[in-house]
Design a protein around this ligand. Structure first.
Ligand code: HAM
Length: 427
């Protein structure tokens, strides 16, 4: 009997029929993200995929959908309650506390990329194993940190060619503001209780802010006239949020202040944000994040402000995979050795790879067969150029590099530097 992949879990692979699951698209996303994050001073971290269940229950919040119904939890052989991470922030905070970073160097810029797991109903853009690229900036309380992160995310979208991202911002204020708002919202909602869906009637009592982002029509109509948190923000929270909006506006970033924006995780305080795209359909959030100034302390560390984000890799891939060029990650040079030329081909290919001026992707044909099949393979891989090595070439020390797109043949000495020079020519 055939064993299939688990529902809602994808295989990212070369030449995938669904372009958004193609290896080249994912490599492109990760390469660009790494460059952008590094350029803002972030350091790559690799943290465990499995954590104790209690970390997420306490960190993300018992009342959230994630914790109450979407976690993959199990008891291991030692009787420990463990969970496949549904997100990266709780684990990053655990590591930050565990290594005492708050006491040594509280300001830390971390980023991560990897799989997350949530047992949601799968649909386009929503999976049970999905990938995030995210970052956390610990130790900075001021609005500079929020503004800089938003600028970084804007740069990331630009670099990926996602130019239609809609930046949405809100503030959840400090504890006192939020408590005031919760009370005001609950008392407003209680006058409209019957118009709310069953889940929102429950949320109203336990987590009223979540009613604001219910997708049901009846609930959306009710929240149209709900009180706005901006009216109950404390002075400090308002000044903070005004600064963030001012600075990103000064940086030329267009945004909408969305009074209905709340997030699905309970740890947020102050600024929260999402970048959305209409091209994604109903699962339209490309990325989301915000400030979480209390979480480090709540999980047992020293009081440490923090702000972070995570982007869904599948959603970034969906947005860019249709664009021409992204899938063109084939070899720059495909070397086809005839019988007897294998050793020379390996030597030459490696010489081109080892040159320091540029990173050339050089693939040697190791599958053999007829020259026609080998040329077809080179084409299918999206190779830029092909070099055939046979007896003549080895004897004369010269060959011809064929540029597949134009059909042009360029004579070249069989020497790594000469070959690299031909590859480096823009044609
Ligand atoms: P989140 O909004 O739950 O935030 O997830 C961030 C992004 O992950 C979403 O905007 C979406 O692109 C993607 N995503 C979420 N669930 C799925 C799914 N089931 N399938 C595909 N993609 C999905 C967080 O996870 C926070 N940890 C972000 C953060 C970091 N806040 C502060 N620091």
């Amino acid at each position: 009997m055939l064993v299939h992949a688990v529902k809602g879990m994808n295989d990212v692979r070369p030449q995938a029929a669904d372009a958004f699951l193609d290896t080249r698209v994912w490599e492109y996303v990760h390469t660009v993200a790494a460059e952008v994050l590094h350029s803002f001073g972030y350091h790559h971290t690799w943290l465990p995929i499995v954590e104790e269940t209690a970390l997420f229950a306490r960190g993300i919040g018992e009342e959230t959908d994630i914790v109450s119904k979407e976690m993959y939890s199990f008891t291991d052989r030692g009787g420990r309650m463990l969970t496949l991470r549904p997100e990266g922030t709780a684990g990053a905070v655990r590591a930050y506390i565990e290594h005492n970073l708050g006491r040594t160097d509280p300001v830390q810029r971390w980023w991560y990329a990897g799989p997350m797991f949530r047992a949601e109903r799968p649909q386009k853009g929503r999976y049970r194993q999905f990938y995030q690229i995210g970052a956390e900036l610990f130790g900075v309380a001021g609005p500079q940190a929020d503004a800089e992160m938003l600028m970084m995310l804007y740069r990331l979208c630009q670099r990926l060619g996602i130019v239609d991202a809609h930046v949405r911002l809100n503030s959840l204020g400090d504890d006192a503001s939020r408590q005031r708002y919760r009370d005001a919202l609950r008392s407003y909602l209680s006058t409209r209780r019957d118009a709310l869906c069953e889940s929102c009637q429950h949320r109203m009592d336990h987590n009223p802010l979540r009613v604001l982002d219910c997708k049901r029509e009846g609930c959306r109509a009710v929240v149209q006239d709900a009180p706005d948190i901006i009216d109950v923000l404390s002075d400090d929270a308002r000044v903070h949020f005004d600064c963030v909006q001012q600075w990103i506006g000064d940086a030329g970033i267009g945004f909408t202040r969305d009074k209905h924006l709340v997030r699905g995780l309970d740890y947020y305080t102050g600024t929260i944000f999402e970048f959305t795209s209409g091209a994604l359909g109903s699962q339209d959030a490309i990325l989301g994040g915000g400030r979480y100034d209390r979480l480090v302390q709540e999980l047992g560390g020293p009081a440490t402000p923090a702000v972070g984000f995570a982007a869904g890799v599948e959603r970034l891939a969906l947005l860019i995979s249709q664009r021409e060029g992204v899938l063109k990650g084939g070899p720059h040079l495909y070397v086809v050795p005839m019988a007897g030329a294998e050793s020379a081909a390996f030597r030459l290919a490696d010489g081109v790879r080892a040159n320091n001026a540029a990173v050339w992707r050089v693939e040697v044909d190791v599958s053999g067969g007829k020259l026609k099949q080998q040329m077809r393979r080179a084409d299918k891989l999206g190779s830029h150029a092909v070099l055939v090595l046979g007896e003549d070439e080895l004897n004369t020390g010269h060959g011809r590099i064929k540029i597949l797109r134009t059909g042009a043949e360029v004579p070249v000495a069989l020497d790594a530097a000469a070959i690299a020079a031909v590859l480096g020519r823009a044609d």
